[in-house]
Design a protein around this ligand. Sequence first.
Ligand code: NDP
Length: 490
Amino acid sequence: MTTLTFDSLNPATGEVVGSHPKHTPAAVHEAVGRAEEAAAWWAALPAAERRRRLLDYKAVLTQHIRELAALVHQETGKPVGDATLEIVLAVTHIDWAARNAQKVLGRRRVATGMIGLNLTATLEYLPLGVVAVIGPWNYPVFTPMGSIAYALAAGNAVVFKPSELTPGIGVRLAELFEESVPEHKVFQTVTGLGETGAALAADPRVKKVAFTGSTATAKRVMAACSENLTPIVAECGGKDAFIVDADADLPAAADACLWGALSNAGQTCVGVERVYVVDAVYESFMRELSDRVTKVKAGEDYGPITMPGQVDIIKRHIDDAVKAGRTVTGGAASVRAPYVDPVIVEDVPEDSPAVREETFGPTITVRRTRDAREALELANASAYGLGGTIFSRNARRATELARLMRSGMTAINSVISFAGVPALPFGGVGDSGFGRIHGADGLREFARPKAISRQRFAIPGMNLTSFTRGPAELERLLRLVTFLHGRRKR
Ligand code: NDP
């Protein structure tokens, strides 16, 4: 029997980068079987040994950064510098996950309270077993590693299904792991198209699915997972807003706005897509933005659109925005597949596709608002809620706005900076998904709490969970509870 294969292509040139097997449901089944065995072995290792192995993997990846970045460049088309940056960030996440797993997940005593006076209570977070990671193509190292590293550090085995656009880098990440953990298949990659991912998500031996991609596919994955009650963490993209307040450093804001919108050709789940600028600084900000954007070139500063089908979506949004709003930069002619030149359009109605739907391209809409409050209201009126940005010199006010922003993460006076802080959880609300990767929450996402209460001694005359309990014991309990909890707070 011949195994069917598929090719990954360089989106800039159309050249074949590599050929990979289309793993069948049977092959996926075998991989999950190997992962189950590996999970038992990995979970039984002392935490310090898992930490040592993961830190070693981190070093192996670091030594291969140039090779990996070249491969990411070939498969996605993004500049080598950007590919290097995402791998560096992934390395810092592996480091954090390895160093903090025991502290976050390890066994600890918790207070038992007066009624549990005779008990000792402990809490720990145990591994789930096999975790499936279904990854995207836009950041094919950084994004899946946000799940893979944390799942491994929490003591799970991982089966990774990279996007069909970036299988080569997915395969390499697992191959290199074997240098640090050769004994068992603790981290494997299976390759293929959507069906391979579907078979993985539907396997009842998978105890959690970490998915990154579109909201529509997340719903399909969730439906498959519902059969086995398999929980999922879903990171489904966004429509992130960028708010410029009256006291913002405008050159810095314009610079950050353009990078947040255009880097990686706008194919960033937390990329800037909607810009709201308060009236008082609108003209000055737009001058800064229009001056700077002329220096950013598609094909030099950022790469092509990685997924050919995305070009049509970007084009539809641009055509609609240009018709309904006022063009500042670019327009319909900016789309020259596989590249898209920067597009900035003002005054696009808030109900148009370019403002409501994820564009995933190097485009932004800009709107003038009365004040920062109105900007926040418009920013929050989105089905998505992943990240966002606020530029203001008033730290207190900016923090207040950030707290009120309906999103999982907000950066102040910088873009996307939260993604580089491993201790911060990453994930969204609404159509952007649920669950968290990164940080302590990201470790706990891939573990199950285990609670143990141990009675140390019996309290004479206070055996409440026994049929021998009498009215006197109940009376004593009522007196104790009234003393502890019966005083009203006025
Ligand atoms: P999808 O959501 O279709 O794919 C994401 C991942 O899911 C890929 O690995 C894909 O595999 C896999 N997959 C597809 N179908 C299934 C299935 N039925 N069961 C299990 N896994 C499946 O995203 P696309 O890559 O098609 O991109 C579409 C849109 O998603 C983009 O336009 C963008 O808006 C958004 N997106 C958001 C990302 C983010 O960072 N949040 C990242 C990527 C995309 P395969 O590639 O083999 O089909």
